[in-house]
Design a protein around this ligand. Structure first.
Ligand code: EPZ
Length: 417
């Protein structure tokens, strides 16, 4: 039950290095199950979600060595085709093993993920994709049982964009007999990175960065080695840290193009940037202007930056409106930000934020990964002391965030539970 204690109101300065992308690494770790032999992943951060996925793969029988930022996954002896409730209930992304286990072993038993703080998150599209590839799906005692003699290529048209279902469908289709077409596929950079890794393993996937993916199934795959892309959500969070504390910080080792939409929206608030191929220097606005946001699938505004941007709008000179169309209930941070003297009203899946002159420090509680990042940003801007409890949420997706912030001059410390 660690806590953060933040003394806010300070300007930040200097540079911060971005880590590898959690949401790209999790499906790639699962993809290593598709073949015997050792795959090697570089630029892998020590996040709790990544450690959890490693645990899931070990339960299945893979051997994992994780030294520094390099992870070696040897799935030669993988054989136990199950992701148990104890693990899936802690991390939904465990469902990513379904496609690879079905493709390699013809069977997968995966617990239903259960509830989530950011809202209802069904997995019907994952199951629809497996059935379209000739898998038989049954539900028993809270588990999905997927079975097939042999996966066969097919056509999958997603009624809505799903990152997870696109990833699972890809990892199943690469070893299916014949050709698969995926329509209305997700085009997030994390999906592009998964396609790169699968093609390095010997898969035959065309259509990267488009919503129509064509996969010609192959007989077998081989291990691969790849450096993981930088985390665009971590990068976006630090860019907003610069904007909310009015600090000219530099975010290094990122892909500015991956957060183009965030930079455009921040320009509407008065921010400017100096951008290079792999870094962003924030030129903060004197006065933060209000702007409206509606979250949508990539390349539009990501729901994973909604809470952080909302924290910024609490200090805007005027009223803004933020709507989340991906996770309509993803507003647990609102009540906590109002404890810091913000002025936010909720109406269904939209928040109306009346900007205030300043926030004042208080005790608040983290409820999910991105909400906790928003509370840290608000705490950095608030006058006085902010105490954030339940920060285990933030350790799931941000590597040593307090050390990175301290290096930028923030007054933040972790109090061990
Ligand atoms: C991924 O979740 C990310 N997680 C989420 O980031 C991110 O918020 C989300 O994509 C959207 O960008 C990982 O990559 C591990 P979806 P995922 O399937 O794959 C509905 C973070 O903060 N849906 O794209 O679970 C769903 O309810 C996390 O790092 C179905 O209806 O999201 C949502 O409304 C939080 N049926 C929409 O689609 C399904 O079978 C998009 O969800 C699947 C999804």
């Amino acid at each position: 039950m660690d806590k953060f204690i933040i003394k806010g109101g300070k300007n930040l300065s200097g540079c911060v290095e971005i880590s590898g992308a959690k949401n790209a690494i999790l499906p790639i770790m699962a993809a290593s199950l598709l073949t015997k032999g050792k795959s090697v992943l570089h630029n892998v951060p020590h996040l709790n979600d990544i450690k959890m996925m490693a645990h899931v793969l070990r339960v299945i029988g893979a051997r994992i060595d994780f030294e520094g930022e390099t992870m070696e996954i040897d799935a030669t002896h993988a054989s136990f085709c199950e992701a148990p409730y104890e693990l899936v209930s802690k991390m939904r992304a465990s469902i990513y093993v379904m496609g690879p286990l079905l493709a390699r072993f013809g069977s997968a038993k995966v617990s239903f993920p259960g509830g989530c703080a950011i809202g209802t998150r069904p997995v019907d599209l994952h199951l629809m994709a497996m059935e379209a590839l000739n898998a038989e799906i049954t539900i028993e005692h809270g588990y999905v049982l997927a079975k097939t003699k042999k996966l066969k290529g097919g056509n999958i048209t997603f009624p809505k964009v799903s990152v997870g279902a696109t990833a699972n469908a890809l990892m199943a289709a690469v070893l299916a007999k014949g050709e698969t077409n995926i329509y209305n596929a997700a085009i997030e950079p994390e999906i592009g990175s998964l396609i790169d890794f699968l093609n390095l393993m010997g898969a035959n996937i065309k259509g990267k960065n488009t919503d129509h993916l064509q996969i010609a199934g192959v007989k077998e795959l081989h291990p691969a080695e790849m450096t993981m892309i930088p985390d665009r959500i971590e990068a976006g969070t630090f860019v907003i840290a610069g904007a909310i504390t009015k600090s000219p910080i530099t975010i290094k080792n990122c892909v500015p193009e991956h957060i183009q939409i965030l930079l455009e929206k921040l320009k509407e608030t008065g921010c400017e940037f100096e951008i290079s191929e792999d870094s962003i220097k924030v030129i903060p606005a004197e006065n933060i202007l209000p702007t409206d946001i509606q979250t949508q699938p990539y390349p539009l505004f990501p729901t994973d930056l909604q809470a952080q941007f909302l924290a910024l709008m609490t200090l805007a000179e005027g009223t803004s409106r933020i709507e989340d169309t991906i996770f309509p209930d993803r507003f647990m941070h609102v009540a906590e930000l109002n404890r810091l003297d913000a002025d936010i009203m909720m109406n269904k899946n939209a928040a109306t934020i009346n900007g205030v002159k300043s926030l004042s420090g208080a005790e608040v509680m983290a409820t999910d990964l991105r909400a906790s990042a928003a509370l840290v940003l608000a705490g950095l801007a608030a006058s006085g002391q902010t105490t954030i409890s339940r920060i285990y949420h933030i350790d799931r997706g941000y590597e040593r965030i307090e050390e990175k912030l301290k290096k930028l001059g923030a007054d933040i410390k972790r109090i061990k539970g």
